[in-house]
Ligand binder design. Structure first.
Ligand SMILES: C[S@@+](CC[C@H](N)C(=O)[O-])C[C@H]1O[C@@H](n2cnc3c(N)ncnc32)[C@H](O)[C@@H]1O
Length: 158
């Protein structure tokens, strides 16, 4: 991966797995303590650009060939905010780049009091990106069920 973006790193468990595959990696999280904990965990700081910010406000001139956003977007306040965040992420996805989206199922998220879960966001992403593969993950309890979907930006890299 030439240049990746991870949204919502929490304590950096996935960041640690992702970083060996990346020449460059930008990691954002709205909670400063999450960034601090993830930074402590990762031993290759030079390749990582750490940013404390809300995914809705994230802005850069860079384009990313891989974006990972897992178990983050249901924390946003409503569907309009989710749509704005999706639009923001699609804007920074390179032509031909891949976006990996993960989320608990919609029914679970609504039961937990969130505005929406996986399915409505997947529908939004499908408005501009091409769905390449989908994994339906089933946990021991229904609360652990989630969807993982990989999308490709159909604008081709020239
Ligand atoms: C459940 S953790 C997900 C961790 C990791 N992505 C994973 O799948 O293991 C959610 C993370 O998203 C972050 N987050 C929540 N709302 C956010 C927002 N609006 N912008 C950026 N990060 C956000 C939280 O601070 C938290 O670290």
């Amino acid at each position: 991966i030439t240049n990746a973006l991870e949204v919502g790193c929490a304590a950096g468990a996935f960041t640690e797995k992702l970083v060996p595959y990346c020449q460059g990696l930008t990691v954002i999280d709205v909670v400063a303590q999450a960034i601090a904990r993830a930074r402590q965990r990762i031993k290759e700081p030079s390749r990582i650009n750490w940013i404390v910010c809300d995914v809705q406000q994230f802005s850069t001139d860079e384009l990313f060939d891989v974006i990972v956003v897992a178990e983050v977007l249901y924390y946003l306040g409503d569907i309009a905010e989710m749509r704005a965040a999706v639009k923001n992420l699609v804007r920074v996805l390179a032509p031909g780049g891949h976006l990996i989206f993960g989320s608990a199922r919609d029914a679970n998220c609504r039961r937990w009091g969130h505005a929406a879960g996986a399915e409505p966001v997947i529908a939004m992403l499908n408005e501009t990106l091409i769905e390449v593969e989908r994994l339906e993950c089933r946990g021991e309890s229904v609360n652990e069920d989630c969807l993982l979907v990989r999308f490709r930006n159909p604008i081709s890299a020239s």
